[in-house]
Write a protein of this length. Structure first.
Length: 151
């Protein structure tokens, strides 16, 4: 088998094509979050335990102690950049604050364009009504749609 042949590729992904898909078609449901003061050691443990590449950093809304708002995103590359001192480094100090936030019904091609423009590997999907994070889209999720999306 050559390196371009993928076993079971035909029909193994059932999303619509990039041109016809919405964010909800590619997003991973659920979001790992942490407060800004979380050490990068603990963020790294969260990522490794859950097999994810990004954690959303949240902080409480000023109006309510119960609601949280997205504040930034820490990726596995952020952890590697701070690898010499992950116990002293914090999620808040390492997070990118230029977060691409999209709604589940946003066109996926538009989401991809925004991720490229912002040079980010992850977009946070937020509920339009509440603004709460409900999922993530990674560049790997987009690659799957490009590779296997149909119609």
């Amino acid at each position: 088998m050559s390196s371009t042949e993928i076993p079971g590729a035909a029909g193994s992904y059932t999303a619509p094509s990039l041109e016809h898909a919405r964010a909800r078609d590619a997003m991973r449901h659920g979001v790992l979050t942490c407060p800004p003061e979380t050490s990068l050691t603990n963020v790294a443990r969260m990522m490794a335990h859950n097999h994810v590449h990004a954690v959303v950093v949240t902080q409480p809304h000023v109006e309510s102690d119960e609601d949280e708002q997205t504040w930034g995103v820490v990726t596995d590359l952020d952890v590697l950049r701070a690898r010499a001192d992950t116990e002293a480094a914090s999620a808040g100090g390492s997070a990118s604050r230029d977060v691409v936030m999209v709604a589940p019904d946003d066109p996926l091609e538009w989401v991809a364009e925004r991720m490229v423009e912002h040079r980010t590997s992850h977009a946070v999907v937020v509920a339009r009504e509440s603004g709460h994070p409900v999922g993530m889209i990674s560049t790997l999720d987009l690659a799957g749609v490009v590779g296997w999306g149909r119609g």
